[in-house]
Ligand binder design. Structure first.
Ligand code: ZN
Ligand code: FE
Length: 256
C-alpha cells in the first residue's frame, strides 16, 4: 500500500530532510528538520501544511529548524521519552514500540542508541519505510558519540530484523565514502563492487543514493555483517565474536 508521498530535501552539505505527506491530505510530517528554510520552501511549493515533526536525535543538523517550524505551524513535535530533555519543543514523548500515525499511516518508534544515547528510528511498517537518522547509513552506520559499540550493534540488529523490502531513508549522503571503506575490508564481494559502481554513476549525475533497500544493506553493509563469517574472513577478523568484530570495524572506519 502507499499513498504516502515522500520528498527528499537536501540541506547543508550532505543532509537529507524527509518530508512525508499522506495523500488523503490529512497530515504532513518532516523528519529531522535541521534547517527550517528549506522545509518551509518545500511545504509552500507543494501547498502542504505541516502537522508533525519527528526527531531521531538531538544533534543540531537534525533539530536546528524545529523551533521555527513549530512556531510557524503549531505542529506536534515527536521524539523519544528517554531523551525528551534534548528534543526541542517536544509534545509527544513516545516509548520504545509506541505507534503514531501520520494521516492513516502508522509508524513505530524503535530505540537505536549508539550514535547518541537517545537516538530513535521511525518505521512506517505499512509503507515499508524506515527513517533512521544517523543510526544506519547506506553501507555505513553512525559514528558512536555517546553509546558503546555493543549498544550500537544491538541497535543495528533491531533494524536488521525488519523486512528486506524496507526502504532505508537515512539522513546523510555518505554512501560513496562508505562504499570506499566497505570495499577496503571486503574487496572481493561482487555485489558490493556492483553497488559501488552504481553509486559512482548516480553521484556523477547528481542523483541521490538514498533510499537504499534494507535487503541489500543486510547483504553488503559491513556494519550489519559483524556476525557474518564471510565478512570476518575478508577483514581478517575470523573467529571474533560479533560485538568485538563490530567494534573493530567501526574503529577502522573512524580512522579510514
Ligand atoms: Zn547526528
Ligand atoms: Fe547528522
Amino acid at each position: 500500500m502507499s499513498g504516502l508521498e515522500i520528498e527528499r530535501i537536501a540541506a547543508f552539505n550532505d543532509n537529507y530532510i524527509w518530508l512525508l505527506h499522506a495523500a488523503d491530505g490529512k497530515a504532513t510530517a518532516v523528519i529531522d528538520p535541521g534547517d527550517a528554510g528549506v522545509v518551509r520552501a518545500a511545504l509552500d511549493r507543494n501547498g502542504w501544511t505541516l502537522t508533525h515533526i519527528l526527531v531521531t536525535h538531538h544533534h543540531a543538523d537534525h533539530t536546528g529548524g524545529v523551533a521555527e517550524l513549530k512556531a510557524a505551524t503549531g505542529c506536534t513535535v515527536v521524539g523519544w521519552r528517554e531523551d525528551a530533555a534534548r528534543v526541542p519543543g517536544i509534545d509527544m514523548a513516545l516509548a520504545e514500540g509506541d505507534e503514531l500515525t501520520i494521516g492513516s499511516h502508522p509508524a513505530r518508534l524503535i530505540a537505536v542508541p549508539g550514535h547518541t544515547s537517545g537516538h530513535v528510528a521511525y518505521h512506517f511498517f505499512d509503507d515499508c519505510a524506515l527513517f533512521c537518522g544517523d543510526a544506519l547509513f547506506s553501507l555505513g552506520c553512525g559514528r558512536i558519540f555517546e553509546g558503546t559499540p555493543g549498544q550500537m550493534w544491538e541497535s543495528l540488529l533491531k533494524l536488521r530484523a525488519l523486512p528486506d523490502e524496507t526502504r532505508v531513508f537515512c539522513a546523510h549522503e555518505y554512501t560513496n565514502s562508505n562504499a570506499d571503506f566497505a570495499l577496503s575490508i571486503d574487496p572481493d564481494n561482487a555485489e558490493l563492487q556492483k553497488r559501488a559502481d552504481a553509486i559512482i554513476r548516480l553521484r556523477e549525475t547528481g542523483k541521490s543514493t538514498v533510499p537504499s533497500s534494507l535487503g541489500e544493506e543486510k547483504r553488503i553493509n559491513p556494519f550489519l555483517r559483524a556476525d557474518d563469517p564471510a565478512l570476518l574472513r575478508a577483514a581478517g577478523l575470523e573467529g571474533m565474536d560479533a560485538e568485538n568484530a563490530f567494534a573493530e570495524i567501526r574503529r577502522r572506519k573512524d580512522h579510514f
